[in-house]
Design a protein around this ligand. Sequence first.
Ligand SMILES: Cc1ncc(COP(=O)(O)O)c(C=O)c1O
Length: 291
Amino acid sequence: GAMSYGATEGYQPLREQLTAFMAAKGVQGLSPEQLVVTTGSQQGLDLLGKTLVSPGDKVIVEGPTFLATIQCFRLYGAELVSAPIDGDGVQVDRLEQLIVEHKPKFVYLIPTFGNPSGATLSLERRKRVLELAVKHQTLIVEDDPYGDLYFGEAPPPSLLALSEQVPGSRDCLVHCGSLSKTLSAGFRLGWMIAPPELLAKAVMCKQFSDANSSTFAQATVAQYLKAGRMAANLQRARAVYAERAQAMCDGLRSALGDAVEFVQPRGGLFVWARLTGARGQVQDSQVFAQR
Ligand SMILES: Cc1ncc(COP(=O)(O)O)c(C=O)c1O
C-alpha cells in the first residue's frame, strides 16, 4: 500500500496520528476527516491561494512575514496589506482597522516564533484575534510550523486550540502544520485543518496538483508517530535549536554590540535584528564574517 497512489485527503493512519498529535496540543473535538495531509505546509498555503484568491483581492499579512507566502499569494493576484507587529506579535487594534478598511479575503498570521520576526502573539492578543474574526466574519489563516520548538516555557496555545473559548471562531479559522522543522523537511509533509466547505475545495485543487502526498512518506511517519517517538525527538530538536539560537545571539552581540538590537528568541529558528545606527554604518562584510 505504501508504494501505491493514495487518497488525496491523506493516508488515513497518518490523519489519525496527526489528529491525536493536535489533541495533545489542546485542540479539542477534531476528527481525522477535518484534517488533510499536504505536501509540506507550503502546499496548504498554495491551495488556499488557489481556492480563495482572485486577482485584486486583499490579503492581510504581518510585516514582516514569510517570503514564500508573499510570492505565492501574489502569484494568484492578491494585493497584500501589511499589519505592523511588535514583540507580542501583530498589533490587534491596527489589525482591526485594516480589516474594516480593506475587507480582506483572509488574514495570514504566523502567531508563534514567526518567520522572520521571531515574534510570538501574546495570549491576550490571540483571544482578541479570534474575537475579531467572529466580529468581522474574517477568515484567519494560522501558519504554525514552529510552535513545538520552544526553548523554555511553552508558548500560548495555538489559535486553533483557543478557538474552543471563543464561540464561532473555529468556523473562521484555517490551521497549517508542518513536520519540516520538527522531524524532516525531506518528507515534504504538512497538514491543513479548515472549515468543511473550504477543505473540500482545497482537496479538489490538490487532486489536480499532486493527486496525493507521497504515500511512502506518509506511511513512514504514521508508523513513527504510532511508535511514540515524536516526544523524544522534539526534546532533542528543542535542545539543538536552543543552543544554536544562543550561539547566534552571542555572535551578534560580540560582533556588532550596540549596533544592533534584538529580542532573544524563546523558540523557533529566527532572530530579527534591527540596526540602531550606533557605530556608524555596519558593513555587510562584518555580518557575513560572523556567520
Ligand atoms: C512560516 C512558514 N510557513 C511554511 C513553511 C513551509 O514549510 P514546509 O516545508 O512544511 O512546506 C515555512 C518554511 O520555511 C515557513 O517558515
